[in-house]
Design a protein. Structure first.
Length: 456
């Protein structure tokens, strides 16, 4: 997920282009080499000619840069001939990165996620990692990752554009105090969507008596992957797994899931979505007690447990009528296809996917590790920092899809940017403003499918 979703306050340093950054850091490297010649220097430092400089771009949220700097010290100690400089993602991330890629000024190593990662790969901006993976990564390392997440980093032609950064997963947060107040049983792994709906109805109220709902049963986001997991739960798909050029959003299973969501939002008014919540983030609506449940990810966990004034609970996502599903995010690390130093960039990427870096992210902001072998360490770190808030909280609910094999990832089309535009326009009419029936997706699906062959 986008790093801006992982924390509150945003850092806003002036954005440098990669060319400007390397020019400045080249001068710094030269100064370091001169300093190494002084009598007080205790260890040899590579000369500016020997030192390979890389730019690494990643999240800009408050907690991330200090962690990165600590980790870069570890990497530099192990790789004295490589100097990596971290820069934060720009605020208009997708647009600026696309422009940087097109101009050839993108960072050597970058983070990508969701639908924009494969879009950049489709445009030829990400290095094919297959030769490096085959040479350096063993089967045990690959098996430690969720196979669904790992496979999401391949294009249909086999091009491997990324490796896992962390394993964000969706679960159902719930407010135990509100459940107790209205005598509703806590959710658990046995819940299906009928149980979910019944709880939403019992937990939706007009608390101040003004005739307007001010406490909703639950909340979700109108976004690609959040809607897709409901469609998958009904047995449907966005893209045909056998042929991603075919759009299945207009098929009965997908329409039934979207209609279920539309009816909960507009007919029953028990499910809030982020725009009707006056732009409030899903997690903030939950923290403020405006919703009793929230479909949100492990990336929101630290914000929620550090700010909530009530007892929280966690449960796996309710099962759909056909299958149980949760999201595995596709947050990954990639290498710019135009980098001048692909081998050194690969050395750094190997460090980013290492247990050392995974533990650092898990401890700094409770990011769920991509490696199954680190899940227990992650849970332990959370409980040690927040023992009271996490008492009797099923933190392993986030890892259930990974460990039990029911995770899914965002389904993508060859022409994903156009598919996103068409789908979001339709979802806004159906779900966000409630002015169109779910059947609008039949027309949208036809347009998306046409875009895959026309190249518009």
């Amino acid at each position: 997920m986008d790093g801006s979703a992982h924390s509150g306050r945003i850092l806003r340093p002036r954005r440098l282009t990669r060319r400007e950054f390397l020019r400045l850091t080249g001068a710094a490297a030269g100064g370091a080499a001169l300093a190494a010649c002084s009598p007080s220097s205790s260890a040899p430092t590579p000369s500016a000619q020997e030192l390979v400089q890389l730019v690494y771009q990643d999240w800009r949220t408050e907690w991330f840069p200090p962690m990165v700097q600590e980790m870069l010290e570890v990497f530099h100690a192990e790789h004295p001939t490589i100097r990596v400089f971290y820069i934060p993602d720009p605020e208009d991330f997708e647009q600026r990165m696309t422009a940087d890629f097109q101009a050839g000024t993108a960072p050597d190593v970058f983070q990508a996620c969701c639908t924009y990662g494969p879009t950049w790969a489709q445009m030829g901006f990400a290095l094919d990692l297959r030769p490096y993976v085959a040479a350096d990564l063993d089967a045990e390392t690959i098996a430690d990752w969720d196979p669904v997440q790992y496979q999401s980093f391949f294009l249909p032609n086999g091009h491997q554009f990324s490796l896992p950064k962390y394993h964000g997963a969706l679960a159902l947060y719930f407010n135990k105090d509100l459940f107790d107040e209205f005598e509703v049983d806590y959710p658990d792994a046995s819940w299906d969507h009928d149980d979910y709906l019944e709880a939403m109805r019992r937990l939706t109220h007009d608390r101040n008596g003004d005739g307007q709902i001010d406490q909703w049963g639950s909340i979700t986001d109108v976004s690609w992957d959040r809607l897709q997991i409901h469609v998958n739960g009904w047995g449907g798909h966005f893209a045909d797994p056998a042929d991603p050029r075919r759009c299945l959003m207009g098929e009965p299973e997908a329409l039934a899931a979207i209609e279920w969501l539309r009816a909960r939002i507009w007919d029953d008014q028990v499910l809030a979505v982020t725009p009707p919540e006056q732009g409030m983030a899903t997690r903030q609506a939950f923290i403020d007690g405006r919703v009793a449940m929230a479909e949100d990810g492990s990336w929101a966990l630290k914000d929620i447990i550090s700010a909530a004034t009530f007892r929280i609970g966690l449960a796996p996502m309710p099962s759909g009528p056909v299958r149980k599903v949760t999201l595995a995010t596709t947050d990954g690390f990639g290498i710019f296809a135009g980098t001048a130093h692909p081998d050194e960039a690969w050395e750094f990427l190997k460090f980013l996917i290492s247990p050392t870096y995974g533990r650092a992210m898990a401890e700094a902001n409770f990011l769920q590790p991509a490696r199954a072998s680190l899940v227990e360490d992650w849970i332990r770190a959370i409980r040690e920092e927040y023992p009271r808030q996490t008492n009797a909280v099923d933190l392993a609910a986030f890892a259930d899809g990974h460990l039990q094999g029911y995770s899914v990832v965002a389904e993508v089309f060859p022409n994903l940017s156009e598919a996103r535009r068409i789908a979001y326009d339709a979802w806004d009419q159906i779900l966000t403003v409630g002015q169109a029936p779910a059947d609008l997706m039949i027309e949208a699906a036809a347009q998306i499918e046409a875009a895959q062959t026309s190249g518009i």
